[in-house]
Design a binder for this molecule. Sequence first.
Ligand code: ATP
Length: 239
Amino acid sequence: MLSARNLEVVYDDVVLALRGVSLEVPEGKIVALLGSNGAGKTTLLRALTGLLGIHEGAVTKGGVDLDGKPLHRTSPEKIVKNGVRQVLEGRRVFVELSIEENLKVGAHTARPQMADNLERVYGLFPVLAERRGKVAGYLSGGEQQMLAIGRAMMSDPRYLLLDEPTLGLAPLMVEAIRDVILEINRTGTSVLLVEQNATMALSVADHGYVMETGRVVMDKPAAALLRDDDVREFYLGLH
Ligand code: ATP
């Protein structure tokens, strides 16, 4: 289990980005994290993966645990080695490198595992396999998102944290990313999914959290969130 315990994060001594946030990603599950812009979702992901450097912000209270042991103050590299991996918002691929080179950059593993992981990632994303030698800059936005997820999967993480993977993608591509998330989870990786597309996120998730201005305001099974009147009105656009 990956968990945040009563996390408080302050940027530049003024912006209280997280105000005592607790969240759990149980082994084997998909957890959705919803919330409007500025609610603190990205800050929470960055706290979970150790990316909140001292220059940018500080965890002033609480901590992050993996299997009950504190991860707080562990370096981002070590957190990846411990099996927690994040795909940042936006498609940060190396546009001048080939697809395969991009994937190898993500490996963090010894050569024999790298070959196995490459095959597994190509199995997840046949579209990347077909074009493995091509330069990543020629991929569409959705394909670049797949490459970004594929690169994270190269370290065979136990926990995958995704920050708005379907942002700006066409419906068919959203479907493809949704299928990939389900397949990644089916093969043993737990997922924390930050999404603006609440319909998609709650359709794959076991559990969901809703954040508002640095706080968790809802913490329920995904099916219950889908039935909740406020969630239906504000996040699903239903009445
Ligand atoms: P979005 O969907 O827009 O990414 P979010 O829910 O991910 O929003 P965060 O990006 O975590 O929210 O931002 C939470 C709060 O912290 C906001 O008020 C934001 O302006 C502030 N913030 C985020 N990053 C920084 C930073 N590096 N320095 C100062 N303030 C920041």
